[in-house]
Design a protein around this ligand. Structure first.
Ligand code: UD1
Ligand code: MG
Length: 423
């Protein structure tokens, strides 16, 4: 069965209190909240419709430039979650298949969970399946109301719930799978007779039941996965949860993390066996790190970094968009950006690749072939290539390509004035 996804991302995100950034474009370890949701659904759904409204242009630009299979659909004004989904109806007029509905602000949901969810939907011959979970503190979420025989009855929002309904701990996760042809007429029939005066998506449950459709709930065991982000506090909490999950995965795969409490590694990083990550290291975005590497303490990998085996990236080294081949050392206090470092390269302490010209705003490449050695405190002004085995004396400012096995020295000769201090 074909699956199309609808991701709700038009809401205001008031509690983020941001003047510039829409909620779904806030980031965790170098990736936007919406990016996480799209990445987890893109292999499952043939098209992903992102409903945009608040800061629509920014969200649209993000989707367009990063996800070719995703489309944005504008919702103005934003009249509720049910109204949001109704915006895709014109796109899906003759569609026969499943629609998977998610929120753009729940970045912890896993692809595997969504797969299991859709499989459950299919195995139950369900027309509509709602994901639920159990929260000790369910405040703020819609409550799952069940019939006496335990089957799903309806969802009641916090603001509409009676005191006894508020005690219910099973909540609506905000993720739904439905058979589009059976539910496409539901959205135009939703009413706004509720505490918030909105078209509630949750009302499609009662609608489906009234049509004698097969409506079910799928209870998600790991409630962390549907943690939603409404505030900066939630953002920090979600980042912690995600990081913990990532580090556990890397450790299981044979990576040593010396201090999980101070180490951050994004989920889009792969790390080879027996690599050691030292404390206070921050690795964001997409990177690959080989086997037997030593990274940190206090290293910062900013994404687009490819590191082969037996590489050392030491204290206070920042690396972005660069390839570092095996047995190369970048030991201390360096910046490596837009660079290619061959095998057995040695980068002296305090070396900087000057990759950015602020006047032209152009970024250029630095290429260091195998066995290049850079003396401490050097600046490699890009674009520049150092051929195999070239050496740079300490304090070098390299503005021209250096031929193979040559030594480049740019410092003025050392003068020693005997007894100058005493005189
Ligand atoms: C919603 C559910 C609630 C559930 C919770 C899970 C409804 C009525 N309630 O509540 O049962 O427990 O999610 O997190 O659906 N959005 C739009 N357009 C709109 C309104 C919202 O795109 O007009 C988007 C928001 O950007 C957000 C998502 O829909 O990504 C959910 O909206 P939000 O207002 O956060 O719903 P909740 O009150 O959390
Ligand atoms: Mg709301």
């Amino acid at each position: 069965m074909d699956i199309k996804a609808v991701i709700l991302a038009a809401g205001k995100g008031t509690r983020m209190n941001s003047a510039t950034t829409p909620k779904v474009l806030h980031e965790i370890m170098g990736k936007t909240l919406l990016g996480y949701v799209l990445d987890n659904v893109k292999n499952l759904a043939s098209t992903q419709y992102v409903i945009v409204g608040h800061h629509a242009q920014e969200v649209e630009n993000f989707v367009k430039s990063n996800y070719s299979s995703a489309k944005t659909v504008l919702q103005t004004p934003q009249l509720g979650t049910g109204h949001a989904v109704s915006m895709v109806a014109p796109e899906l007029e003759n569609y026969q298949g499943f629609v998977l509905i998610l929120c753009g602000d729940t970045p912890l949901i896993k692809e595997e969970t969504l797969k299991n969810f859709v499989e459950f939907h299919q195995s139950q011959n369900s027309d509509l399946t709602v994901m639920s979970t159990i929260f000790d503190n369910p405040k703020g979420y819609g409550r799952i109301i069940r019939e006496d025989n335990n089957s799903l009855k309806c969802i009641t929002e916090e603001k509409d719930a009676t005191d006894s309904e508020k005690l219910i701990k099973e909540v609506n996760a905000g993720i739904y799978c439905l058979d589009w042809s059976k539910f496409k007429n539901a959205f135009s029939q939703l009413k706004t007779n509720n505490a918030q005066g909105e078209y509630y998506l949750t009302d499609i449950i009662s609608w489906g039941k009234a049509q004698n459709l097969n409506v079910n709930a799928y209870i998600l065991e790991n409630s962390d996965e549907i943690y939603g982000i409404n505030s900066r506090l939630n953002l920090a909490q979600a980042a912690k949860m995600m990081n913990k999950r990532n580090l556990e995965k890397y450790m299981t795969e044979g990576v040593t993390i010396v201090d999980p409490d101070s180490t951050w590694i994004s989920e889009d990083t792969t790390i080879g066996q027996d690599t050691i990550i030292y404390p206070a290291t921050y690795i964001e975005g997409k990177n690959t790190i080989g086997k037997n590497c030593k990274i940190g303490p206090c290293a910062h990998l900013r994404g687009g970094v490819e590191v082969l085996d037996n590489v050392k990236i030491g204290n206070f080294v920042e690396v972005k968009k660069s390839k570092i081949c095996s047995n190369t050392n970048v030991g201390h206090l360096s910046y490596i950006g837009d660079s290619e470092l061959g095998e057995k390269v040695n980068i002296g302490a305090g070396t900087i690749t000057a990759n950015y010209n602020p006047l032209t705003k152009i970024k250029s490449k630095t290429v260091l072939k195998d066995n290049v050695k850079i003396g401490s405190n050097s600046v490699l002004v890009a674009p520049v290539t150092l051929e195999e085995g070239a050496n740079v004396g300490a304090g070098g400012i390299i503005t021209k390509n250096i031929p193979a096995w040559a030594l480049a020295i740019t410092r003025s000769p050392l003068k020693i004035l005997e007894n100058w201090v005493k005189r």
